[in-house]
Design a protein around this ligand. Structure first.
Ligand SMILES: NC(=O)c1ccc[n+]([C@@H]2O[C@H](COP(=O)([O-])OP(=O)(O)OC[C@H]3O[C@@H](n4cnc5c(N)ncnc54)[C@H](OP(=O)(O)O)[C@@H]3O)[C@@H](O)[C@H]2O)c1
Length: 300
């Protein structure tokens, strides 16, 4: 397959491109060059360049994983968030339709208001912040403009390496605890933490079998951020007294967050061979990945 992956240096994108090396792979990035595939520098704010590059490559399929993911920044810089998350998605959807390329759009649990949790694919979205709003408009553009598409919704992605110049929740908790630094985490915010490599494997299976529609691809366990930090602590035998439960109201956030945006992944569990991972499975994989990286560093 000839493939374009956007956000190829990001947390999900980096796991995707590593696993797609056997294909003719074009890895789109803006600031952080990807580790695999042919690097293609495209700023999503430049729609002319984005469209030109896509029409030049004419991929069989596109996985659009790039986004402005800083939720508070999206709230502050609304024009930029709309341009990156919505307008660029619209441009990609138009190109996909024109080239008859299959489009996988990676969306978020933040399209839901979080009043109920364990959302299914056909539950009504109602975002509580601007990031969620722009991602929902991205979903709508993909549905309106393309025939062959899959909208994937995921939740709190984590992985073994920093990507696109930043750490992730699991690495931040582990590094803080190993250094004896306390961490304050919300005990009243519930999510479905998702290991990036497991997510990449599910996305690739969907891509290869050309699944269409909307699909929740996330970890199989609903947890509060506090419970997630405790699970990390248990798996690495670290000092759990350093984890301080706080309320979402105590966080210094600009954008509101959904209280419970956990996702029901039973549809994916029923149709995929690569099933959503329970938290214990995912954390034992993460542990092996981190031990493997430490061994590789030591051998250098
Ligand atoms: N992270 C989460 O917890 C989470 C939860 C639910 C859904 N999602 C969704 O999952 C997808 C993947 O998230 P992620 O965590 O892998 O993201 P990430 O690590 O924050 O990476 C974002 C990617 O988007 C690219 N990007 C941002 N602005 C761009 C621009 N103007 N032009 C070109 N590329 C741009 C970045 O490229 P450069 O670094 O090269 O600039 C980066 O590779 C996103 O669509 C996100 O909305 C994420």
């Amino acid at each position: 397959m000839k493939l374009v992956i956007t956000g190829a240096g990001g947390l999900l994108g980096s796991a995707l491109v590593k696993r797609l090396e056997g294909h003719e792979l074009y890895s789109f990035y803006s600031q952080h060059p990807p580790q695999s595939g042919r690097p293609v520098h495209v700023d999503l704010l430049d729609q002319g360049e984005l469209t030109r590059r896509l029409l030049e490559i004419r991929p069989d399929a596109i996985v659009h994983a790039a986004a402005m993911t800083d939720v508070d920044r999206c709230e502050r810089e609304r024009d930029r968030a709309n341009a990156v998350n919505h307008e660029a998605t619209k441009a990609i959807a138009r190109c996909a339709s024109e080239m008859d390329s299959f489009l996988v759009y990676v969306s978020t649990d933040y399209v839901f208001d979080g009043r109920r949790g364990m959302y299914r694919e056909d539950d009504g979205p109602s975002p509580v912040n601007f990031y969620g709003m722009t991602k929902l408009m991205g979903e709508q553009a993909v549905r309106e403009l393309t025939q062959h598409h899959l909208v994937v919704r995921t939740s709190v992605i984590y992985g073994s390496t920093p990507s696109s110049g930043k750490t992730n929740f699991a690495l931040w908790v582990l590094e803080s605890l190993k250094e004896g630094r306390p961490v304050s985490v919300a005990a009243d915010q519930f999510v479905s933490p998702t290991l990036n490599t497991g997510l990449a494997e599910m996305v690739i299976e969907c891509l290869e079998s050309r699944l269409t529609g909307t699909l929740h691809l996330a970890g199989a366990t609903r947890l509060s951020r506090f419970e997630f930090a405790l699970e990390l602590c248990r798996t690495w035998s670290l000092d759990s007294s350093l984890i301080k439960p706080v309320s979402m109201n105590d966080m210094d956030w600009q954008a509101q967050r959904p209280r419970d945006s956990s996702l029901d992944v039973s549809k994916a569990a029923n149709i995929l061979k690569n099933r959503p991972l329970a938290i214990h499975q995912a954390l034992s994989i993460l542990k092996r990945q981190l031990e493997g990286s430490a061994r590789a560093m030591a051998a250098r």
